[in-house]
Write a protein that binds this ligand. Sequence first.
Ligand SMILES: [Zn+2]
Ligand SMILES: [Zn+2]
Ligand SMILES: [Zn+2]
Ligand SMILES: [Zn+2]
Length: 303
Amino acid sequence: METGGVDSSMLSLNMMEEDEHPHQFSSISKLHNNSQTTTSVHDLLECPVCTNSMYPPIHQCHNGHTLCSTCKTRVHNRCPTCRQELGDIRCLALEKIAESLEFPCRYISLGCSEIFPYYTKLKHETICTFRPYTCPYAGSDCSFLGNIPYLVAHLRDDHGVDMHSGSTFNHRYVKSNPMEVENATWMLTVFHCFGKYFCLHFEAFQLEMAPVYMAFLRFLGDDREAKNYSYSLEVGGNGRKLTFEGSPRSIRESHKKVKDSHDGLIIYRNMALFFSGGDTKKLKLRVTGKIWKEQQNSQGVAS
Ligand SMILES: [Zn+2]
Ligand SMILES: [Zn+2]
Ligand SMILES: [Zn+2]
Ligand SMILES: [Zn+2]
């Protein structure tokens, strides 16, 4: 029974080599002009159990059958190929080969076409512009990950966030008991304009000793693109006015980081109550705003 297992695993490797399109790496290896060798080496690096590519640490049994580290934890110390006890043997030769080969970025399906040696690939993936976004809905431990269209649908469907089209807005925030800063929870609104999405945060917190309200806009996209846009916020009443103008921060930056940097319109509660008409019983704030696209001055050409 043991040799039968060995034969079938070798058979599957041979079949892979003969296949014209064995798996995703065949198209990549063709970019490298040594497609035949690279394809078969990539096949060697395919875990015979889960068929994913093996990265260090790569394990093997006493008979030399290899498997990936994920599968190793699942097979209860039995080699899946020959059923012998697995032990704890690394396959350094294959690990060296794996490190020398180039792999596609794991976000290939999200649009990234970059390929790198293994460790460079891992570094790249932490900053890849195609990497999925985390949910910007603060105050909840939401583990959602996805691209912008999925994120927008998620905010609307799972968090019940208000969606608006257009680049101007006029919001009223009414709070019947403004003395309860803890309960004056934040709000989130999504704006769709210029073919992009922005989210407006409005929240209350304690800034040192003073309760404040803060409104700021974030861009649903990466840093570089966020810089193409600006926004203004205005709040006022009773003949007074506060304005803020700036560039939206990317949702790549954490909500906490933006909040802690005070990069937005900050209204002290006393002033907010004054705007509300001096009635300390109720908070009635009208926040108006505008989003616009900055002129694209390409490569810093002075105009
Ligand atoms: Zn595996
Ligand atoms: Zn084995
Ligand atoms: Zn990438
Ligand atoms: Zn979420």
